[in-house]
Design a protein around this ligand. Structure first.
Ligand code: AHR
Length: 619
């Protein structure tokens, strides 16, 4: 392998090259990144009508002790449904309540992860026909062991109208499958609404589950594309994500049923929170909005203006003056400074739809006029033919087999360098090659990313998809990060991305492989922001089943400039191509880093069968 490391031979890689794509799929957000522990906190999962679907809330008590229903008496206009409990038993008289009382419980998203010593903030709204004494408890999954508890005691006059209650609960034990219980032993009628349990230790205090965010910061993503995917489109327009319904106080958000991935979201993770997440990750938000097209219905171009206005309002919300109509709402939510929104994507995978181009042009023209600096992304692939409409970027999505993605390392070698840049906003190996996240998938993706790195004069952004899966609701396999209420691990696809985290903004060098078709390689140099040192990284995928002895020859670099002590070799491989990580073996397929003892401008190296290796030379 020849590497030309002379200063003149390098080409800058765009700062934005590698980022992440977050979609609300697989309970990635609700029951995942968003740390809210209560599922269906407003009892609205059945929509605005009653009876509503209160699942996963369940009843503690029998027919003779309790009648539970829903009505439309909520304090909040946009989500009128509340839970009504008619408690028939009492602490005295003939119908004595069972020990522990009667009421309801919420198991969260397949169990709440309650940890000893941690504090949880419970917020709920309550109303009653008389005085109340309600126990708010975090218990094990059967309600037998209490981990934390407090009582809400209020007079009839306090709760004759809705009363907001806030309680801090400190857990005295740990259980990853806990539940929240609201119980009483006093007869009467009690309404509950908007019940929330949040851990206090969320990422930067912004409501994100810290361990999951840390997996993201480790990728050093340069952009965050959100919130979908098909989630943005909906099977039907009426069920698509609407940003305006996802902002403002959480209690007032109606929530919605995502009909592509088939689950309810309370929309605690809304448009504002996505922008906040991008800021917290020190990355650029890329907002994908609906352009009047869903999987099954679409708005005629002649009627698309309301959707266009919605997008314009969304941009104003993100970056408008705090005195503007929508900017003032952002400011009221706690962020007077504008968010750094520079990119929007007009729809998702809709290019083939009848009204896409017509609608796109109306959006494009309105956004260009109002926000000339905003970069726009079209769904139509400009890599195979010239686009017939203006765009700054075109989306490119690819889900395929391992061999095919490996060969696609050359996909952008010959595409036109004129016109819009490519945004590979979704890529992954899928199907039997990938299972739920195999080494094989990771190796093919590594090769594909090397191809992207080399073609980063035309491909300016790339992100794997999907990012997250809650293992209890696998709607799509594989994914980069797998979690449940308390555990998490990266699939090989996640670890492959870590090899590229220094690439954005680095310099790509010329590399020439003189042998072996099972290899693909690239080289970059960069100055590390952590230690200020300069490095040269050579990455090589060995996609074949044989060990390869390779000589690496680095030209244009003084041999004496390489420092042995800080030079390292990192290898991702495993005994079997189909090996995967799991909760039991989260590190089965993860990179191993060792000192590179023969670091120099001429190195004889061994590439293991089916491996991805990076050689990092400290200069
Ligand atoms: O990443 C999963 C899905 O794949 C996305 O929602 C969609 O854009 C694509 O079809």
């Amino acid at each position: 392998l020849l590497v030309n490391a002379s200063d003149a031979a390098g080409r800058p890689i765009p700062d934005t090259l590698f980022g992440i794509f977050f979609e609300e799929i697989n309970h990635a957000g609700a029951g995942g990144l968003w740390a809210e522990l209560v599922s269906n906190r407003g009892f609205e999962a059945g929509g605005p009508n009653v009876p509503s679907n209160i699942d996963p809330w369940s009843i503690i008590g029998s027919e003779s002790s309790l009648i539970v229903s829903t009505d439309r008496s909520s304090l909040f206009e946009r989500n009128k449904v509340a839970l009504k409990m008619e408690v028939l038993c009492d602490s005295e008289g003939t119908n004595i309540c069972p020990v522990g009382g009667v009421g309801v419980y919420n198991p969260g998203f397949w169990g709440m992860n309650i940890q000893n010593g941690k504090t949880y903030k419970v917020v709920l709204y309550v109303r009653s026909s008389g005085a109340i004494n309600v126990s708010v408890s975090l218990t094990d999954s059967n309600g037998l062991q209490t981990l934390a508890t407090a009582n809400i005691i209020a007079s009839a006059s306090d709760v004759s109208d809705w009363m907001k209650v806030e309680v801090l609960l400190e857990a005295k034990a740990s259980n990853p499958k806990s539940r929240l219980q609201l119980t009483t032993t006093i007869a009467g009628v009690i309404w509950f609404d908007q019940v929330s349990v949040m851990p206090l230790d969320t990422y930067k205090g912004h409501g994100f589950r810290s361990d999951l965010v840390e997996m993201l910061t480790d990728l050093k993503p340069r952009f965050l594309r959100f919130p979908g995917g098909c989630f943005v489109e909906g099977e039907w327009l009426r069920n698509a994500f609407r940003w305006k319904a996802s902002i403002g106080p959480w209690e007032e958000r109606p929530g919605h049923f995502g009909d592509v991935w088939m689950y309810w979201t309370d929309d605690g993770l809304g448009y504002y929170e996505f922008l906040q997440l991008a800021e917290d990750l020190d990355t650029l938000p890329i907002w994908v909005f609906n352009n009047g097209v869903s999987h099954n219905d679409q708005v005629d171009t002649s009627s698309v203006m309301p959707f266009v206005q919605e997008a314009l309002d969304g941009i104003e919300f993100a970056r408008g003056d705090p005195n503007s109509t929508w900017g003032s709402i952002r400011a009221a939510m706690g962020h007077p400074e504008p968010f750094d929104l520079r990119y929007v994507a007009i729809g998702n995978e809709d290019c083939g739809k009848k009204n896409y181009r017509g609608n796109y042009l109306v959006f494009h023209s309105a956004i260009t006029q109002a926000y000339p600096d905003i970069k726009m992304i079209t769904n139509c692939d400009g890599s195979s033919q010239q686009l017939d409409h203006p765009a700054d970027f075109y989306d490119f999505h690819i889900y395929t087999s391992a061999n095919d993605l490996y060969s696609k390392a050359h996909r952008f070698d010959h595409t036109s360098r004129n016109g819009p840049k490519a945004f590979v906003s979704e890529y992954a190996v899928t199907g039997t090659d990938a299972g739920t996240g195999s080494l094989l998938a990771g190796l093919a993706e590594a090769a594909f990313l090397i191809g992207i790195e080399k073609n980063s004069d035309i491909v300016e952004m790339a992100s794997y998809a999907p990012l997250f899966v809650n293992a209890n609701d696998r709607r799509w396999n594989p994914d980069a990060i797998v979690f449940n209420s308390s555990q998490l691990y990266g699939t090989p696809s996640y670890w492959v991305q870590c090899f590229f985290r220094e690439s954005s903004g680095a310099t790509i060098l010329d590399t020439t492989l003189q042998t072996n078709t099972s290899l693909i390689a690239s080289a970059i140099t960069w100055q590390d922001s952590n230690d200020g040192n300069n490095y040269l990284r050579i990455k090589i995928v060995n996609f074949g089943g044989d060990k390869v002895n390779l000589t690496i020859d680095v030209g244009g670099l003084d041999p004496n400039s390489i420092q042995l002590s800080g030079s390292t070799k990192t290898v991702l491989t495993s005994g079997n191509l189909k090996d995967e990580n799991s909760f039991n073996q989260p590190k089965k397929v993860t990179p191993t880093k060792t000192l590179l003892e023969n670091a120099g401008t001429e190195m004889n190296v061994i590439l293991l069968p089916h491996s991805f290796t990076s050689f990092d030379l400290l200069k």
